[in-house]
Design a protein around this ligand. Structure first.
Ligand SMILES: Nc1ncnc2c1ncn2[C@@H]1O[C@H](COP(=O)(O)OP(=O)(O)OP(=O)(O)O)[C@@H](O)[C@H]1O
Ligand SMILES: CC(C)(CO)[C@@H](O)C(=O)NCCC(=O)O
Ligand SMILES: [K+]
Length: 244
């Protein structure tokens, strides 16, 4: 049994796997990290390995503290991955994007794949049918868009995510919701259309904290799976064991 942990920029997500079966998911913050790991280990006594992928600023020591009871593994870009990395700066590529690309490559063999992770940032990652990781895009996520409108202006309020009533926002809050939500939806659909102009066929996987909110608003057909990163982390680790 293994515990995988994804340290994002906003939240930390953990999942316990027995083989390929996801048993339970946990979401917590940096401050609650060690306490939450202890709670998980108390509940799942058969956990033998802890697998961490982090793009956040959590100390490695917080995980190494469990080394006396678990095998602790940090996924890094020096691990084996099931794709050829064509990024011009592979040493700066986010480990979450590499893990997503690994999951897409292993779960959807022999086809072009586009992974969209709608989290703190919205990332696009494209892996072609010959398993070349080509790169993609990094843009601000939904919450970040609301926050930056507020933080970098004098007059705009900080709003919570809401479905825009209208395309033509007729109040300040309607205008912000339309700009943020409709803006991101058109952006994602627009990106997908541009990829389509270059690649005839590809599958699209949508994941991240805003998966469910966005999935019902996108025009294109997608696989929506908010657990895709956690599942991919499990698969990346299994791949590492087999290929190290
Ligand atoms: N409880 C919550 N706290 C923060 N964001 C949330 C919450 N519930 C849903 N969200 C949405 O999830 C998005 C953040 O996604 P997520 O939690 O996947 O980010 P993350 O933990 O920073 O991961 P990553 O860095 O991999 O993107 C925000 O845009 C927000 O709208
Ligand atoms: C883009 C984020 C913040 C998304 O979590 C992360 O993947 C990251 O820090 N990436 C480093 C830059 C890059 O991927 O090229
Ligand atoms: K992300």
């Amino acid at each position: 049994m293994i515990l995988v942990i994804d340290v994002g920029n906003t939240r930390i997500k953990g999942a316990v796997f027995e083989g390929a079966i996801l048993l339970e998911i946990f979401v917590f913050t940096k401050i609650e990290l060690q306490k939450n790991i202890e709670i998980i280990l108390k509940k799942f006594k058969k956990v033998s390995d802890l697998v961490v992928s982090s793009v956040g600023d959590v100390e490695k020591l917080s995980f190494l503290a469990f080394e006396n009871i678990l095998n602790v593994h940090f996924i890094s870009n020096t691990d084996p991955f099931p794709f050829q990395n064509k990024y011009a700066t592979p040493q700066t590529l986010g480990i979450d994007r590499m893990v997503l690309a690994a999951g897409a490559t292993l779960q959807f063999p022999n086809q072009n794949r586009l992974v969209i992770d709608a989290g703190t940032c919205v990332t696009f990652d494209f892996i072609d049918q010959d398993n070349n990781y080509l790169g993609g895009a990094i843009a601000p996520g939904l919450r970040l868009r609301y926050e930056s409108l507020h933080n970098y202006t004098a007059k705009l309020p900080l709003l919570a995510l809401e479905n825009p009533e209208n395309l033509i926002g007729n109040s300040t809050s309607d205008s912000i919701h339309s700009g943020v939500v409709n803006g991101l939806v058109y952006e994602i659909d627009g990106f997908i259309n541009e990829y389509r102009a270059r690649y005839l066929n590809f599958i699209i996987i949508l994941t991240g904290g805003d998966t469910d909110f966005l999935a019902k608003r996108l025009k294109n057909t997608i696989f929506a799976n908010s657990n895709f990163l956690l599942e991919s982390l499990n698969q990346t680790f299994q791949y590492k064991i087999k290929n190290d």
